[in-house]
Design a protein around this ligand. Structure first.
Ligand SMILES: [Zn+2]
Ligand SMILES: [Zn+2]
Length: 108
C-alpha cells in the first residue's frame, strides 16, 4: 500500500507545482472558499478570509462538542479539544517531554 500512497503524494505535489507556477489557475468559483486556500494554495484576501473563518468555525464547533471519553488522557484531548483536565494535561506534558528528548537524542 506504500507504493499507492507515494504515487498519490507525488501526484498531489505535481498538482501543487502546477498551481503554484500558474499553469493551473484557481477557478473563480473557488475564490472565497476555504478550499481555495487549502486545495488551490490561493492566498488572495477572499480565500484567506474564508479559510480563517472555517478554522474559527472548526475551533468553535470543537469547543461546543462534548469531549469523547476516550480522548481524555491523550495529547488530542489537550491539543485539539482544549481540555485541561489532569489526565489530558499529563498526556500533553509527557508527549512534549518525549518530543524534546527525542530531538535532543537525534542532535547528540
Ligand atoms: Zn483566492
Ligand atoms: Zn481531558
Amino acid at each position: 500500500m506504500t507504493t499507492d500512497n507515494s504515487t498519490r503524494t507525488k501526484r498531489s505535489q505535481f498538482r501543487k507545482a502546477q498551481i503554484l507556477s500558474g499553469e493551473k489557475p484557481t477557478p473563480d468559483r473557488v475564490h472565497g472558499t476555504a478550499g481555495g486556500y487549502t486545495n488551490w494554495y490561493c492566498r488572495c484576501a477572499k480565500c484567506k478570509e474564508a479559510w480563517a473563518a472555517s478554522c474559527y468555525d472548526m475551533r468553535e464547533k470543537r469547543k461546543q462538542r462534548a469531549i469523547p471519553g476516550h480522548v481524555h488522557g491523550t495529547e488530542n484531548g489537550y491539543g485539539n479539544y482544549g481540555c485541561r483536565c489532569r489526565p489530558c494535561t499529563t498526556a500533553w506534558s509527557d508527549a512534549t517531554r518525549d518530543r524534546s528528548q527525542r530531538r535532543k537524542a537525534r542532535a547528540a
